[in-house]
Design a protein around this ligand. Sequence first.
Ligand SMILES: *Cc1c(COP(=O)(O)O)cnc(C)c1O
Length: 437
Amino acid sequence: MNNDWDALVEFDEQHLWHPYTSLSHPTPVFPVKSASGVRLTLADGRELIDGMSSWWAAIHGYNQPTLNAAIENQLKYMSHVMFGGLTHKPAIDLAKKLIDITHDDLQHVFFADSGSVAVEVTIKMALQYWASLGQPQKQRLLTIKNGYHGDTFGAMAVCDPDNGMHHLFSNVLAQHLFAKSPNCSGQTAYDQAAIDDFERLLKTNIDTIAAVIIEPLVQGAGGMRFYSAAYLKKVRELCDKHNVLLILDEIATGFGRTGTLFAYEQAHIAPDILCVGKALTGGYLSLAATLCSSKVADGIGSGQHPTLMHGPTFMANPLACAVANASLDVLFASDWQASVHSIETQLKAELAPCSVFAAVKDVRVKGAIGVIELHQTIDIHWMQPRFVELGVWVRPFSNLVYVMPPYIIEETDLTQVTSAIKQVVSEMSDSPSQPGL
Ligand SMILES: *Cc1c(COP(=O)(O)O)cnc(C)c1O
């Protein structure tokens, strides 16, 4: 790396916060100069094969010509106008598409500027729905442990109560209800004990519960856990039986990642409210959306306060909507099911051998998501540079090494990613004195 970059990285280390990092104990960061297809080019010229899709988002890879063109074209008209009192075609087109590709029940769209904000909006909708129906005491949410729904205060209050940052702020967070998370190891098996716990909490607190919020089939940043469609189906049945709303957070799972366009399709159910984000713009710009049914929208509208009190400055940003429209066009013009399926098959075959290593607790794959769960928390100071040396971009956290590559990744590139994972996990297992353990 040349001197210019050394100075810039040093400045970064002293002045910039990165996600979930400390300024007093910085972890290494790697300067990226450009990205194209599935490759990130570092400032020193090294190329890394991307295993992360920049956190579920860049499903078509980087520097995608159609997505680039959509932004360039939209720039000629306007990059932004306020959405209060004005509207525009990129937003209308995108809302139409989202209504079209999601369940028929979902008919109304709120555009938010990030996933966390979409979750905040969802919570407001649920609470306001019950307030409008004359039940303002219904203010609590029921969720499951190991969830992740974002970093803002409303969203944080429904994240896993034990891992993450929840405990730091527990005194100021809304108090919600957490059921046992469904069994992860037998992905197809139905977990009766988890359902019993869920139903018990639902029944005993029904007077105060507004909604259930859950990530369908895959719990992302709260533990990379997979659970059965049968569990999700049962959750929907219980929500109907006890008359509470079901909110599905598909911010991570949406747009094909689990093998179906939305994970809820595998349980043959529909949510009352749905959050999408991350891959919505193909990873180009920050945009998310909350969709709801007419039942929810009409409920809110029938109340004494029929206005949904939310309206971000950059709501429905035209550049973001334009690139989201293009991303959906690219997705549907491709055989994404086949791509996700072949990534799944390859991840299963190539990650399975990792289970023999002493450091490994579990290996699991669902759709284009591969997870190696380790017995112990990884040492990021050792493991991150090691992955870079091996020419791949894999960003582990806690005790999890996981990948969700762009759908366009080629077989040989994916093999390089899985080989690097095997290598790193074997090095951890070989020498217990190694900093990786
Ligand atoms: C990432 C994520 C969020 C938060 O989205 P941001 O855009 O980071 O605010 C919420 N829910 C789930 C399931 C996520 O994976």
